[in-house]
Ligand binder design. Structure first.
Ligand code: ADP
Ligand code: MG
Length: 505
């Protein structure tokens, strides 16, 4: 009878349970692993053997065969070390089943028998709960993360000996508690640090309220980067289910702080413009989540947008439209969540001239520069704002600006109105409304509809562009506490459209 230990393999941003079966039989000393293991899992043989010996357990001088099943789930990484070691020790009688109930194990082993943290324990915990597994044995540093799964008993272990004494009932299990939520970051930056730029600040407030994408265009030093980085300070913290969703992604990507709590603040990702398509969208084999997925339920900031490679920018269209990315896998197409708020920033021309009047670039050069951002991509950015040079702003004096806390309070109120209106639809934000939901749930005053129709002709808006402007108008009305979309809301919404036309001829 082979010994059996349950573990889990990561699959995209989820985990699937894996049976680790160990058979020790008479024969020439040999140690083989079968069942679609990647090279890191195959290398685990050496770590497991050395860790077992250095923990003063006997390593069998026989044929050891480890089978990871189901065989069609790709097993990657180092988290099978501990379950394999425990399986071997179980097969030779050094480990008994002292734990009550069904349990699973993940963990990497150091040569000295120490258990090291692994990626994705939160996803593993969720998989365990789905499959009725009551106990999960994890590395110490992953305990707080896994313990966030309600109804799962999480047992931390520091060394192989430690894990064995737990399983043998020689040590009383001390279940881990969920870590307190991580302190929200960005407390040192505030919206009021930014002088002037009232127009851009207003656009960011609308963006935060309804989750609309923003494009900030202005000369170098106008405060584009500064403003974008302050967006996080006006966004609401994540709801409980969003916290689990986002933390699972970050856990799988190995980005959660060891021993730390879950992600309660919306993520903020700012990849460099040299990023590749697979870095941005995800991919590879096995597929890993890209920046769009790491920014799920948060902000994706693309600074210097025209500097990104064009095919990289085009790859954003699908996630912007669907809130997901489809990743081709050996076993078919998989999906990664990617519902983020896009904030893009750009100088209006390659030389970074201070204004259109003082621009040294030729019209052709200017067209080429912003023209790198395709029309379909630009169509998906609802709020396009032009920032004046800071010199101009400085003349406006040093009035007291609104703080992040004040803006955030307005954002929260506008979001509460959206949630009420969208009750029962499965979405909570204006930007996510389908065209049908928009028609059904958002009354528009007749003069507002006329204004929007006129703007459609003047700006050459497509039907999609029309709906996008209407969603923004809905958010503006929510910030104003209005039940019906009025002309003034539409008028403000359309002025955030077609900005690039000023700089492109
Ligand atoms: N509106 C502003 N209010 C206060 N300081 C500003 C403003 N704009 C720019 N600055 C100052 O200039 C620096 C550069 O601004 P930055 O946001 O990087 O400009 P941009 O991204 O538009 O080129 C900031 O770190 C800040 O010190
Ligand atoms: Mg900048």
């Amino acid at each position: 009878m082979p010994a059996l230990v349950l573990s889990a393999a990561l699959r995209g941003v989820e985990a699937a349970l894996v049976r680790v079966e160990v058979d020790v039989s008479a024969g020439l000393p040999n140690f083989t692993t079968v069942g679609l293991p990647d090279s890191a899992v195959r290398e685990s043989r050496e770590r497991v053997k050395t860790a077992i010996r250095n923990s003063q357990f006997p390593f069998p001088g026989d044929r050891v065969t480890v089978n990871l099943s189901p065989a069609d789930v790709r097993k990657e990484g180092t988290s099978f070390d501990l379950p394999i070691a425990l399986g071997i020790l179980k097969a030779i009688g050094s480990v008994k089943d002292g734990l009550v109930g069904r349990f699973a194990v993940v963990g990497e082993l150091g040569l000295d028998g120490e258990i090291q943290a692994v990626r994705g324990t939160l996803a593993v915990g969720l998989a365990c709960r789905r499959r009725g597994i009551t106990t999960l044995l994890v590395p110490h540093d992953n305990a707080a993360e896994a313990a966030a799964v309600e109804g799962l008993r999480v047992l931390p272990a520091a060394t192989l000996r430690d894990a064995v004494s737990l399983l043998n009932g020689e040590r009383l299990p001390e279940p881990a508690a969920a870590a307190p939520p991580a302190a929200p970051s960005g407390d040192d930056v505030d919206f009021s640090d930014v002088r002037g730029q009232a127009h851009a600040k207003r656009a960011l407030e609308i963006a935060a309220a309804g989750n609309h994408n923003v494009f900030l265009v202005g000369p170098p030093g106008a405060g584009k980067t500064m403003l974008a980085r302050r967006l996080a300070a006006i966004l609401p913290t994540l709801a409980r289910d969003e916290t689990i969703e986002v933390s699972t992604i970050w856990s799988v990507a190995g980005l959660l702080a060891p021993g730390g709590g879950l992600m309660t603040a919306p993520p903020f990702r700012a990849p460099h413009h040299t990023i590749s398509v697979s870095g941005l969208i995800g991919g590879g084999s096995p597929p890993h989540p890209g920046e769009v997925t790491l920014a799920h339920r948060g902000v994706l900031f693309l600074d210097e947008l025209p500097e990104f490679q064009q095919h990289v920018l085009e790859s954003l269209r699908q996630p912007l439209e669907d809130g997901r990315v489809a990743i081709a896998r050996a076993s078919g197409i998989g999906n990664f969540p990617a519902r983020f708020l896009l904030v893009a920033a750009a100088n209006p021309c390659r030389r970074g001239c201070p204004s259109l009047e003082r621009c040294l670039c030729t019209p052709a050069e200017r067209n080429r520069y912003l023209g790198r951002i395709s029309r379909p991509l630009l169509d998906r950015i609802d709020l396009q704002v032009e920032l004046p040079a800071l010199e101009a702003v400085e003349f406006q004096g040093n009035g007291v600006s609104t703080t992040s806390a004040a803006v955030r309070a307005r954002v929260l109120a506008a979001r509460a109105r959206q949630r009420d209106r969208l009750e029962g639809t499965g979405i909570t934000l204006n930007a996510e409304m389908s065209p049908r939901q928009l028609r059904r749930l958002c009354p528009v005053a007749p003069e507002a509809a006329r204004l929007l129709a006129a703007a459609m002709t003047r700006l050459g808006l497509s039907a999609r562009g029309h709906d996008r402007a209407l969603r923004v108008a809905r958010t503006i009305a929510d910030l104003a506490g209005a039940a019906t979309i009025a002309a003034e809301h539409c008028a403000e919404a359309v002025q955030y459209r077609g900005l690039d036309r000023a700089w492109r001829t």
